[in-house]
Design a protein around this ligand. Structure first.
Ligand code: BEZ
Length: 202
């Protein structure tokens, strides 16, 4: 299998954490890919017309995307067991979707200030994205700690990667404030070998 990859992407990181947890990093060849919407030639558009990464090419030449479809596919192929049976599955998928929303909002803020020209940037819009992130973190803090104390699953991995991205790109904002239980969980989770092996570039 081939995985279009860049180490800074939190979406790619979820896939890499899964591969590490499954002990299957050798099953995938990493193909370096660029992601700027301003440089479509550098994107894997033959595999994903949207040009987004990660994109996975299976051994049969089938293209699979986006990251949530890739993790579902790899979980099944590798028998990783990171998507539990229902009814816990619905919790796992909802936590995964919550983490994905946090990550998407955090990436949009990053793009707003590093891709969009200076005169077109909106601080109010970025603040709106940050409020979305803060609300989601508070929801996790109040409703999801029991789930987080259970066996590792793809919801936990997605959340770990989302929080890692907040540290990576938004260290000037204090996501930890007001979320002590989540901080305690993340401090433990971030120490897993799979998370340490997939840290974004320094
Ligand atoms: C980043 O450098 O922050 C980034 C890279 C790829 C996807 C999303 C974000």
């Amino acid at each position: 299998m081939k995985l279009y990859h860049t180490a800074a992407s939190p979406f790619v990181r979820k896939v890499m954490v899964l591969l590490n947890e499954a002990g299957a990093t050798d099953r995938v060849e990493l193909i370096p890919a660029a992601v700027s919407p301003l440089k479509p030639d550098a994107m894997p558009i033959d595999s994903n017309p949207l040009g987004k990464i990660p994109a996975l090419e299976t051994d049969d030449g089938v293209a699979i995307y986006d990251s949530r479809v890739i993790t579902r596919y790899l979980d099944e192929v590798l028998k990783a067991g990171l998507y539990p049976a229902a009814p816990r599955l619905w919790e796992t998928l909802t936590l995964e979707a919550t983490a994905e929303g946090i990550t998407e909002a955090a990436v949009l803020i990053r793009y707003e200030f590093h891709v969009r020209p200076e005169g077109s940037r909106s601080h109010d819009w970025a603040e709106g994205q940050w409020h979305k992130i803060d609300r989601a973190l508070t929801a996790v803090e109040t409703r999801w700690m029991a789930h987080l104390s259970g066996q590792i699953d793809m919801g936990q991995i997605a959340l770990g990667c989302a929080l890692g991205y907040l540290d990576f790109r938004h260290s000037d904002r204090d996501w930890r404030s007001g979320h002590p239980a989540l901080v305690a969980w993340y401090d433990r989770f971030a120490g897993r070998p799979s998370m340490l092996a997939t840290l974004p570039p320094g």
